[in-house]
Design a protein around this ligand. Sequence first.
Ligand code: MG
Length: 358
Amino acid sequence: MNRRDLLRLGGAAVVAPAPANRLETRIVRLELRQRWTVATSSSDYRDNLEVRFAAQGVTGVGEGAPLARYQENAQQARQALEAVRELIQKSDPWQFARLMEEVFRRVPGQYAAKCALDVALMDWVGKRLGIPLYRYFGLDPREAPITTYSVGIDTPEITRQKVREAQDFPVLKIKVGLDSDEATVNAVRSVTNKPLRVDANEGWKTKEEAARKIQWLEKQGVELVEQPLPAHMIEETRWLRSRAHIPIIADEACRHPADIPKLVGAFDGVNIKLAKCGGILPAFRMIQIARSLGLKIMLGCMIESSVAVTAAAHLSPLADYADLDGNLLIANDPWRGVRIERGKLILPDGPGLGLTPA
Ligand code: MG
């Protein structure tokens, strides 16, 4: 045995191997209070991916909502993270940005999976630092905006009922994009004069149809319209915007940071969602890019528990508009986090996401 071998053996005997980080992935079924219908789909429950990341005696929790719009599902999301388990377990969580970059490099697609891990890591970082995430990002929780309450597509009778139940919310977001649009908005207007935002979810198929609908909606006190045309129809949306008097916000057309520059001139703003882009870090990057290009910022969510909705809410002081009500649509939210008082988002001030079990 030479000197170098001796030193190596000696070193191995003294330095115990660092304990691996612990990663848990599980699929959580969120039951909806009511059937949820938008222009493109209808559902009674959602299966999301929940992640727990534990290291140095602290556990972070994350969640990602797989998007059928982009051919994602919870099983595949879980498999995607399991495929990089070893990388996650052996990485230094303080190098979370580097770790997420490596996960993005190794895992194609699967943004819900990336989101769940990113949120768990950022919860972990906040807890280890002993500060709420809004403070990590240099934000004032008093500047959190009000959130809209979303009303899915339904019969006029149920629509009126949902609007009455949303009496505490000063602004409503109405889902449209089907032949029933006029009946839906008339039903809403028969019970409230509140400002409305509408989301067509790509439901209008030609620019002329969209122009007619927007012209009518402007007269009904609608203050903005989200994704009027299919995502790829950016030039048609540019034409539409030159005829509209209210802001047009991109949602399905804006998924990743690199999508934003081509939307300038066609849209007034972008709806940024953690589940679309892969978590808090890319969402923060998108906010900076959109802002630098003169676009308005909407922060949105999917049907998610308080984990993912609270994660987005911590960035909400940077947003012009918030649509962070996904947790209110479910009956079995396992967590408590962000609260809403008369529509205003109230951020929890515990470390990390500031979640407590429900
Ligand atoms: Mg939308």
